[in-house]
Design a protein around this ligand. Structure first.
Ligand SMILES: CC(C)(COP(=O)(O)OP(=O)(O)OC[C@H]1O[C@@H](n2cnc3c(N)ncnc32)[C@H](O)[C@@H]1OP(=O)(O)O)[C@@H](O)C(=O)NCCC(=O)NCCS
Length: 253
């Protein structure tokens, strides 16, 4: 088969203890299905991800006919340089500062609660503790160097929120990774302050447009990005197809 149609995902596979692959194209053709099936069998794949183009009816039909299940509708926003941002309301009791290794336990506790609207919770084959562990690992790795910048908002001696940012070399765009605000501090512009701080960080590094993705059903996140000047950029439909009975599980490290 054309090796280029699918790829094995070593990180996801190792993390969830299942063999996970993804279809690389966002559009499918009839002739792709057999090749994808052969590749998955040859690679002993348990789960295949597909990020489909919602604007292509043939792809949606083929995905659904061949056993892919919808797990998320992704919206990607773009912040074009030069768009005015509203000034955040001043909240003197909130301190923004770079995350430190000592913040990791508190950040992990927060990240374990915040991202339950994502595809790893929507797809009930992933046990909730596996989804929780994914976001805890994500924030921990971000502080340990996976992200180029992690900023926390501190209020009343606690971490009220955080944001992670990636500025890869080359053509890959500047991206916001994770943003989260503890439920007690929601609606007080903590999210807006974090996003604006990271936009300043990108701006100081002459980054081009900044991208961020969220779920179509995540209205608070969309309103947050819109209030900071982001514009809709692209959409995608996440599908998962399970080919075996494998149950994802996360080994304690
Ligand atoms: C999304 C999130 C970070 C927002 O944080 P926040 O500190 O409450 O947001 P802010 O107070 O800064 O609000 C910023 C804007 O979003 C809007 N907003 C925030 N929460 C909202 C809600 N529940 N419903 C509608 N709009 C909302 C605000 O009205 C504000 O817009 P405005 O300037 O027009 O008033 C927070 O809800 C959260 O942590 N959610 C769980 C994690 C998550 O989904 N993260 C994003 C994943 S991609």
């Amino acid at each position: 088969m054309s090796a280029s149609l699918c790829e094995f995902l070593p990180w996801d596979s190792g993390f969830f203890s299942c063999r996970i692959g993804r279809v690389k194209a966002q559009r499918l053709y009839e002739s792709d299905l057999e090749q994808i099936g052969d590749w998955a069998q040859q690679e002993r794949i348990d789960c295949l991800y597909l990020l489909a183009d919602p604007g292509d009816p043939r792809t949606i039909r083929l995905a659904e006919q061949s056993g892919f299940r919808l797990v998320d509708v992704r919206l990607t926003y773009q912040h074009p340089p030069g768009v005015d941002r509203p000034a955040a309301r001043d909240l003197p009791s909130v301190l923004l500062r770079p995350a430190q290794p000592g913040d990791i336990p508190e950040l992990e506790a927060l990240a374990g609660q915040l991202f339950t609207g994502t595809r790893f919770f929507f797809d009930d084959r992933f046990p909730p503790e596996a989804g929780k562990a994914l976001y805890q690992t994500w924030i921990r790795s971000s502080v340990e160097g996976y992200a180029d910048c992690v900023t926390v908002a501190e209020a009343e001696g606690r971490i009220a929120g955080f944001i992670t940012a990636h500025l890869p070399a080359g053509d890959a765009g500047a991206r916001i990774g994770l943003v989260g605000v503890a439920s007690f501090y929601r609606g007080a512009k903590v999210g807006q302050r974090l996003v604006n701080a990271v936009l300043e960080w990108f701006h100081a590094r002459a980054a081009g447009p900044v991208f961020v993705s969220t779920q179509a059903h995540n209205i608070p996140a969309q309103r947050l990005y819109q209030s900071c000047g982001f514009l809709a950029h692209s959409t995608g439909i996440w599908y998962h197809k399970w080919l075996t009975d494998c149950i994802p599980q996360v080994r304690k490290s």
